[in-house]
Ligand binder design. Structure first.
Ligand code: DGT
Ligand code: CA
Ligand code: CA
Ligand code: ZN
Length: 574
């Protein structure tokens, strides 16, 4: 509700501080580790950062009545359906307001009709191209509904599994399907549990409080739809068959097909239950015993293959690699030594430099870089040069205080401006320990412009890392239209690293791009881009994405010891 209100206030033209107060409150609430109602019952709403008395009263009102009077009044002035329009890729509040005021458009359907009739192109700031982009954006939005971001699906799946594994009948369990393979979005959740007594587990599953509807309730398979709309399939099987079942339901389907073909060549049929001997023409041999695999390792071994990490199972070379004993030694979360992209209250983060440093140290990181937003990014409270230099002094002091075993460096997440210029001059960048350059604005420019902006940043000797290079947001902001071959060629030439942003709303670079970059010898960096302590715990999503991209630890700069990192930063500048 607060998110809607913030967009509606922005469309109405309210002051940016008011807009941001609702937006920040919405973010705060979304990330709360506790039930909002429980906090309200404790009378502790105003202890939530960014929630003062006014917002606390509004939360109480919604908890009590299910409604917000302020929103109802605001709806009289600004049609709430305009908020859906703002969700279209390439349409911000200003454009939504423009379409509404000039054409009376208030819904996505009306906007699509107007665009198709060519009515948008003549509006101020619009053209034939931007009109087409809106049509593309609407189509993309329609395609995307139905898949759930990994960042939502994985924790939901884990909660359910943890709950079911508490039952005495459950022996072991695993999340299978596309979540186990770490796809950035997932169609449905696939859970597997090993048990010889499935009925009580199935009963518990269909009766969980997260369940909205039961789609099927059987002895070995049940399906439910959760209150958040996600479908969950649970299969229960005997432990002796765990390996074949886990492999089958992990997929991908393309990987499974290849395994089945390989099995057939070796004289077996393979399905989710077992391997079974077949004759030359593929018919089952009647009295031959099934071969059961209790582990995935056993199954792959029967097929003459090394065990293949789930993130690789897309039939994109992993079977050939396993066959030749050339699987990559994938990076793991324990390889990560540092977080090179961290925000604080200087810009749009929620904690101070010191608090973020302490939180990072508590999570086992050995060094971090503080990288707040740069001066042109007003919406994120970007730092003027004066504030940047003041922050540097604070960072230096905290680095001193925290001793030699934990280092705090000073950097920036600098905007690559719409005209391709960088947001701080070289003589300022020179004074920073580490420089990230990122695209945040004018993301719908054409391919040539976007590519040129990225190249300008990559070529600057002070820029060490390109943050979230494709500027996508999952599920509904498409990546920028950049010539990635040119970007990779430049990154390789100038020895500029590219980020795998670990926030599950980004996962950018995506796996297939990370893989190509790593193959070209480009260095990568997996960072949380944390704006709060909780977001530091999202690191594993970035590591999963890297693994999906066949990435090994040595090409990820923040797996390096601090000395090696510093040497790299200093050498490349020369
Ligand atoms: P999703 O849910 O669309 O994100 O993708 P998956 O991979 O989780 O697909 P899903 O839930 O339909 O099925 C889970 C796994 O079960 C899938 O990765 C492979 C296996 N599977 C499902 N149907 C078939 C099939 O018809 N043939 C084969 N070979 N495997 C299948
Ligand atoms: Ca699935
Ligand atoms: Ca499924
Ligand atoms: Zn950013």
């Amino acid at each position: 509700m607060f998110e809607k209100v913030s967009i509606m206030l922005q469309i109405r033209g309210d002051n940016i501080h008011r807009v941001l107060s609702y937006k920040r409150a919405a973010e705060m609430i979304r990330e709360l580790p506790r039930d909002l109602r429980a906090i309200a019952d404790d009378g502790a709403l105003t202890e939530i950062p960014n929630i003062g008395n006014t917002l606390a009263e509004k939360i109480e009102e919604m908890l009590d009545t299910g409604k917000l009077e302020f929103y109802e009044r605001l709806s009289q002035e600004v049609p709430p359906t305009l908020v859906d329009i703002v969700n279209i890729n390439g349409v911000g509040p200003k454009k939504a307001k423009l379409f509404w005021e000039t054409l009376g458009v208030t819904t996505i359907e009306q906007l699509e009709a107007a665009a198709r009739e060519g009515k948008l192109r003549d509006l101020p700031g619009m053209g034939v191209k931007s009109e087409q982009k809106i049509i593309d954006g609407i189509e993309a939005l329609a395609r995307q509904t139905g898949r759930t971001p990994l960042g939502i699906a994985l924790p939901a799946a884990q909660d359910i599994l943890d709950e079911l594994l508490k039952l005495p009948q459950a022996i072991e369990g695993e999340i299978a399907g596309s979540i186990r393979r770490a796809r950035p979005t997932i169609g449905d959740v696939d859970l597997l549990i090993a048990s010889d007594d499935p009925a009580p587990i199935m009963d518990a599953f269909v009766n969980m409080q997260q369940v909205d509807r039961v789609l099927g309730h059987g002895p070995t398979k049940s399906s439910v739809e959760l209150l958040n709309g996600v479908q969950v399939d649970l299969r229960i099987l005997p432990k002796e068959r765990w390996g074949t079942a886990l492999s089958y339901f992990t997929g991908s389907q393309a990987h499974n097909v290849r395994l089945r073909e390989r099995a057939l060549k070796m004289g077996y049929s393979l399905n989710e239950h077992a391997l079974r001997p077949v004759d030359d023409v593929g018919n089952l041999i009647d009295d031959a015993d099934e071969i059961l695999c209790a582990t995935e390792e056993a199954l792959y071994q029967h097929l003459g293959l090394a065990w293949i990490p789930p993130e690789l199972r897309e039939d994109s070379g992993e079977i050939e690699a396993a066959d030749a004993n050339k699987l990559p030694e994938l990076i793991t979360i324990d390889d990560i030594q540092a977080d090179l992209h961290i925000h604080t209250t200087y810009s749009d983060g929620k904690l101070s430099v010191r608090e973020m440093a302490e939180e990072a140290r508590r999570r086992g990181r050995k060094y971090i870089v503080i990288t707040d937003h740069s001066r042109s990014l007003g919406i994120a409270n970007g730092l003027s040069i004066e504030r940047l230099l003041a922050q540097q002094e604070e960072v230096r002091n905290i680095d001193d205080e925290m001793g030699p075993d934990f280092r705090v460096f000073h950097g920036t997440e600098m905007d690559i401006n719409a005209d391709g210029s960088l947001d701080y001059p070289d003589d300022i960048l020179e004074q920073l320990d580490f420089v990230i350059a990122s695209l945040h604005v004018s993301l719908r420019q054409d391919r040539e412009q976007i590519t040129q902006r990225l190249l300008n940043a990559i070529q600057n000797p002070h820029v060490d890392l390109i943050g979230h290079p494709r500027a996508q947001q999952i599920p509904n902001r498409e990546p920028v239209d950049a010539d990635m071959d040119a970007v990779f060629a430049a990154a390789a030439k100038y020895n500029t690293a590219l980020e795998i942003n670990a926030n599950p709303r980004r996962l950018d670079l995506e796996a297939q791009y990370a893989r190509r970059a790593a193959e070209m010898g480009i260095l990568l960096s997996i960072n949380t881009d944390a704006h709060s302590a909780d977001q530091m715990d999202l690191l594993h999503f970035g590591v999963r994405t890297a693994r999906r991209g066949w990435v090994e630890a040595q090409c990820v700069i923040n797996t390096w010891p601090v000395e090696q990192f510093l040497e790299w930063v200093q050498n490349r500048e020369r």
